[in-house]
Ligand binder design. Structure first.
Ligand code: ADP
Ligand code: ZN
Ligand code: ZN
Length: 743
């Protein structure tokens, strides 16, 4: 006998409420998760419909009190059924409870009285605000709240109301006082307003070139004949992939179907979004992570009611409840942000392919640097490969030069800028052309250490280095812990303690020294914290208000600046040295994307890659813009070491505030795995990459197998064990299938 858990009210806050029913034997083969069924309900046995969210062999309640399911709702392709099947897929393949999975796919309903988000900003000039602040400070009467508010507003342009009143504990009355005096203003905002634009089919429309046309025609022909496949468009940077997407999108929309477009959060900039708006007008809606749950719910409702037919957004847009979904596009398919970093840790690519299979939709993946996963599937025929070899307007790919930093050092140049790069910069500046300088973020942050003994100052709650911030404070970027900057080394007492400036900041200084008249913009976590930080910097650069743009990986993603003819990559090695097996792939992707920023307009471009490892395959192949040869070498390496996509890895993290519990529990789980699958490869348990975070200790176990399902079985065994285990209740366990970074 089988038993089913049903939910009756499919709204986010009622997902926990399940009812148990008996599955009659004649329905046993037919019923699965997601299905809509009719059941007798309540004292009067009223016939109502519910959704199956779980199936099991052992009843949880007294069987004599359980009623049987009456029948299955035939042809129920209700969107709710699809979403529940999708949740079941997430639960099975990525590890989570059904509830966590359901909450991932079903949006939180907007509360009736949800307040609009409020923001505080200065109503006077910063000078005036400084004067006011000084007055407050010299005044005898204490006004800590007001002081804090003004200080904060002198640092950031706008302050979230919730943040100000809750986290910074500024009394509401203080804010109102300053508002009454006209020093600050309070605005209600919607996080994202649709720019009210008339759809104008002629604006922004291009004539596809031959390659683009062939790609679009092939996909449209398949759609017309009812073949629904997954395509991988491998197109060099600037080949015009987006134009191909839009052509196919239009075709699908004209068939009365809907489209989901996933783009990485970082590329959700004005530039990209406007391209979809100008083409499709008000039928487009945008999701972004700054939206409140209520706003997301609204967008999803609009999708369900047919008010819109295109949803553009980050990975969670995948769950848009379109009733007649025809196409899912994943742009920059290789981006790590397509993997969820919370449980269930799903990958948007696989989940999209699954969702498409439920409704007979088409999937298009696009990238200039496809992930090893996608490309190997394209080669094996599981996906259909489409290649765009040329830039949209036939521009040449940038030439690329590699500068060996070891030789540079030997000849006495210790600067971050090699002689060759400096020479090219001078040339471009004299021609009034623009330059982008790219510095990988990792490894070069402003952490604080002792120059005498090498001691690194760490957060007392997390196993990570503290970073120096303006105002003489050190902060933990993981938990927010803040303390006064140390004057002496806590380990040896030396006063030679200091911070290494964040790489981008240092680079900015060096460029300004070398080229005093050059106008320089810097884009990194520090300069983009304001609301529209990214956009302001990018539009200023696009408008040629600056000659040089310095930045981290943020600047290499998808931006199109026609006047950039030189790209400098300051240190290509930093991402190579990471301990993760993805480091070769990440390096190749970053370098190729960075090189691809140069020469997009009429003038040819040059890229300079500075590196200590000029012979490294990721450096050499990206300099040649040679994906095929990168793929061959990287794939051989993965196969040799049995890393994904050549095999699969399951990461299991066990955490607890009690270190001893975390250690003991991880050991127990390792034994459970060995018991379940005696010859599977187990690595660890060992400390997680960050062994302690917010006072919680973390241990990890990695399990490796050729078949994904073998890992799913391991996960199921652990789940079963945990359900019955009484000990070590302080621990939490979660799973990460094919992790994309070290956990
Ligand atoms: P990708 O996403 O492949 O890097 P985009 O789709 O962003 O490339 O296209 C790069 C630039 O070329 C954009 O400014 C786009 O408007 C332009 N473009 C693309 N295809 C064409 C075309 N067929 N004719 C004219 N311009 C085009
Ligand atoms: Zn020291
Ligand atoms: Zn911390």
């Amino acid at each position: 006998m089988k038993y089913a858990d049903l939910i009756i009210d499919i709204s986010h806050e009622r997902l926990d409420k399940t009812f148990e029913y008996i599955v009659p034997s004649e329905l046993e083969d037919e019923i699965h998760e997601g299905m809509q069924v009719v059941i007798p309900f309540g004292a009067g046995n009223r016939a109502i419909t519910g959704y199956v969210v779980g199936l099991h062999d052992k009843p949880k309640f007294d069987v004599t009190k359980l009623k049987p399911i009456a029948r299955v709702v035939k042809d129920s392709i209700a969107i709710e059924s699809q979403l529940i099947s999708l949740a079941a897929f997430l639960k099975r393949n990525y590890g989570s409870t059904m509830n966590q999975a359901l909450k991932t796919v079903i949006p939180i309903k907007k509360k009736e009285n949800e307040k609009l988000k409020k923001e505080i900003s200065l109503a006077v000039s910063t000078n005036q605000a400084r004067i006011e602040l000084n007055e407050l400070l010299t005044n005898k009467r204490h006004a800590v709240g007001k002081e804090r508010l003004l200080k904060e507003l002198l640092e950031v342009d706008v302050l979230d109301w919730e943040l100000a009143t809750k986290k910074l504990q500024i009394p509401t009355s203080n804010i109102r006082d300053l508002e009454a005096k006209g020093i600050v203003k309070i605005d209600s905002v919607r996080t994202f307003r649709n720019p009210h634009l008339q759809a104008d089919a002629t604006r922004g429309r291009v004539t596809l070139n031959e390659e683009q046309e062939a790609a679009a025609e092939q996909i449209k022909a398949d759609i017309d004949t009812g073949r629904h496949k997954t395509y991988l468009i491998h197109g060099v940077t600037g080949s015009g992939k987006t134009e191909v997407y839009m052509d196919v999108m239009e075709h699908v929309i004209n068939m009365g179907k809907q489209v989901i477009v996933l783009i990485p959060e970082i590329a959700l900039t004005y530039q990209t979004v406007m391209r979809f708006y100008t083409r499709f007008g008000d039928s487009v809606s945008i999701l972004n992570s700054r939206m409140s749950p209520g706003e997301r719910f609204d967008q999803f409702e609009r999708a369900k009611s047919g008010e819109i037919s295109i949803m553009v957004g980050p990975r969670s847009a995948l769950f848009t409840p379109f009733t007649n979904l025809g196409l899912i596009i994943i742009d920059e398919e290789h981006e790590p942000s397509y993997k969820s970093e919370v449980v269930p840790r799903y990958h948007a690519r696989e989940t999209a392919v699954y969702r498409a299979s439920l409704t007979g939709a088409t999937v298009i993946l696009g990238s200039a640097t496809p992930s090893l996963e996608a490309y190997s599937r394209a080669i094996s025929g599981e996906y259909q490969l489409i290649t765009l070899n040329n830039r949209a307007m036939g521009q040449d790919m940038a030439q690329c030069e590699i500068v060996d930093l070891r030789a540079e050092l030997q000849s006495g140049n210790r600067s971050m800028l090699s002689r060759r790069l400096k020479e090219l910069m001078a040339d471009r500046l004299s021609k009034k052309q623009q330059i982008m300088l790219f510095l990988n973020r990792r490894g070069l942050m402003g952490f604080v250490s002792c120059r005498a003994c090498g001691h690194v100052l760490k957060c007392p709650h997390c196993d990570v280095a503290l970073h120096l911030h303006a105002g003489g404070v050190m902060k933990c970027h993981y938990c927010g812990y803040t303390t006064k900057a140390a004057k002496t080394c806590p380990s040896c007492g030396s006063k030679y303690i200091g911070s290494f400036k964040a790489g981008t900041q240092r680079l900015e200084e060096i460029v300004k020294e070398a080229f005093p008249t050059a106008r320089v913009l810097r884009m990194d976590a520090d300069t983009t914290s304001g609301k529209n930080g990214h956009e302001e910097i990018l539009s200023a650069f696009a408008a040629h208000e600056a000659d040089v743009l310095i930045g981290t990986q943020m600047i290499v993603k998808g931006h199109d600046f026609a006047n950039v003819t030189l790209v400098g990559i300051i240190a290509a090695d930093i991402s190579l040295n990471e301990s993760d097996f993805h480091s070769g792939e990440r390096t190749f992707q970053l370098l190729t994307q960075a090189v691809g920023r140069a020469g997009r307009g009429s003038e040819p471009g040059i890229a300079v890659i500075q590196t200590y490892q000029p012979e490294n395959y990721a450096v050499v192949t990206s300099a040649n813009q040679d994906y095929d040869s990168f793929f061959k070498q990287e794939f051989a390496y993965r196969r040799l070491l049995q890393y994904p996509p050549c095999s699969h890895i399951l990461g299991i993290q066990v955490s607890s505030e009690k270190q001893a519990d975390a250690i003991a529990q991880a050991d127990i789980l390792a034994a459970v795995i060995r018991q379940a699958d005696s010859d599977i490869i187990i690595m660890g348990p060992e400390d997680a990459y960050i062994g302690k975070l917010k006072d919680v200790y973390r241990r990890v176990i990695y399990v490796k197998a050729d078949e994904y399902d073998r890992l799913v079985r391991v996960k199921d065994e652990i789940d079963k064990f945990l359900l019955e285990q009484k000990q070590y209740r302080s621990t939490t366990t979660w799973f990460d299938f094919d992790p994309i970074s070290t956990i």
